[in-house]
Design a protein around this ligand. Structure first.
Ligand SMILES: Nc1nc2c(ncn2[C@@H]2O[C@H](COP(=O)(O)OP(=O)(O)OP(=O)(O)O)[C@@H](O)[C@H]2O)c(=O)[nH]1
Ligand SMILES: [Mg+2]
Length: 290
């Protein structure tokens, strides 16, 4: 998507003109990449200003300036990185609609933490589907993590509560808790997540150290609606953007971040356990442009 945009810029610059037609094309491409109308306008305004004041005339400089304008949208207030709890276990809840990559992200993080010598326990809090429990169990095996599960249909909050107790008993450093992405209704799902958040706080003596909302980079502007609902139900503390390895249009993340100011923490760049990166604004912008 953005690669094509950059090729267009290169071509237009080949003719030696920065004109309104070029900005119009940029606008079209940014919108097509799921950047909101408002943010597209702001990014292009900044670009126009920079092109004027910095007397930019060559394509590579303008390209860099555009990347910079996008990266600058992610000036996070908080240090990037996942919070570690004041006492073990550190508990992370993973939330998000079905199919976005919650379970896979848990596996990736389990691998990363395990390799750094941490003892990790995975909690099969997605009790809605039997397959979800099995999928997490397989990842627990592959990443050498402990695993706590219950029967399909069991109470999700109870499973995660048990997992926290088990982690204490076994001296685990981290509990990574999966949750359902789907329920019989959206109201049920949100009620379940509220209960999970409450029960974690009861079991842990503090809220979960991170509630990570997983968003699929292909989702587009609907990501904002998802963020709104999950933030309301579960008190999201960080964002994870997955599937940035494909033809992903990560532009919607700009809108989610600016609207809610929840820091972006992690990026998923593939289906394998080591396809996880810390979020870095400059990297993100570079990735958008291929
Ligand atoms: N290419 C790519 N695929 C990913 C990435 N993260 C997850 N996937 C794939 O996306 C699909 C869904 O991932 P899951 O981890 O099962 O998603 P989920 O959010 O747990 O889904 P539910 O359990 O149905 O709610 C799987 O096929 C994953 O392999 C990523 O960063 N890149
Ligand atoms: Mg899952």
């Amino acid at each position: 998507m953005f690669k094509r945009l950059m090729q267009k810029i290169d071509r237009l610059f080949g003719r030696g003109v920065i004109d309104d037609a070029l900005y119009e094309e940029l606008e079209e491409e940014l919108l097509a990449a799921d950047t909101s109308i408002q943010h597209t306008g702001e990014i292009l305004e900044e670009l126009r200003r920079a092109v004027r004041s910095e007397k930019i005339t060559d394509p590579s400089a303008m390209k860099e300036r555009l990347k910079h304008a996008i990266a600058a949208r992610f000036t996070q207030q908080e240090a990037v990185g996942l919070r570690v709890g004041p006492a073990s276990p550190t508990v992370y809840l993973f939330v998000g609609v079905n199919g976005v990559g919650k379970t896979t992200t848990i596996a990736k993080l389990a691998q990363r933490l395990g390799r750094s010598g941490k003892k990790v326990l995975l909690a099969a809090g997605d009790t809605f589907r039997a397959a979800a429990i099995e999928q997490l169990e397989i990842w627990a095996g592959r990443t050498n993590a402990d695993f706590v599960r219950a029967q399909p249909g069991a109470d999700s909050a109870a499973v995660i509560f048990d997992a926290i107790q088990a982690a204490r008993a076994r001296g685990a450093d981290y509990v990574l808790a999966d949750t359902a992405g789907r329920q019989h209704s959206k109201e049920n799902l949100m009620a379940e997540l509220q209960k999970v958040a409450r029960v974690v706080e009861k079991g842990l003596g503090r809220p979960a150290d991170e509630v990570l909302l997983v968003l699929d980079a292909n989702t587009g502007q609907n990501a904002i609606r998802q963020a709104e609902e999950f933030i309301k139900a579960a008190g999201v503390t960080g964002l994870v953007l997955t599937k940035l390895d494909g033809t992903a249009r990560g532009g919607a993340l700009i809108g989610v971040y600016e609207r809610f100011r929840v820091p972006v923490k992690l990026i998923g760049v593939g289906e394998r356990a080591d396809d996880l990166r810390d979020f870095d604004p400059a990297d993100f912008a570079a990735n958008l442009f291929g």
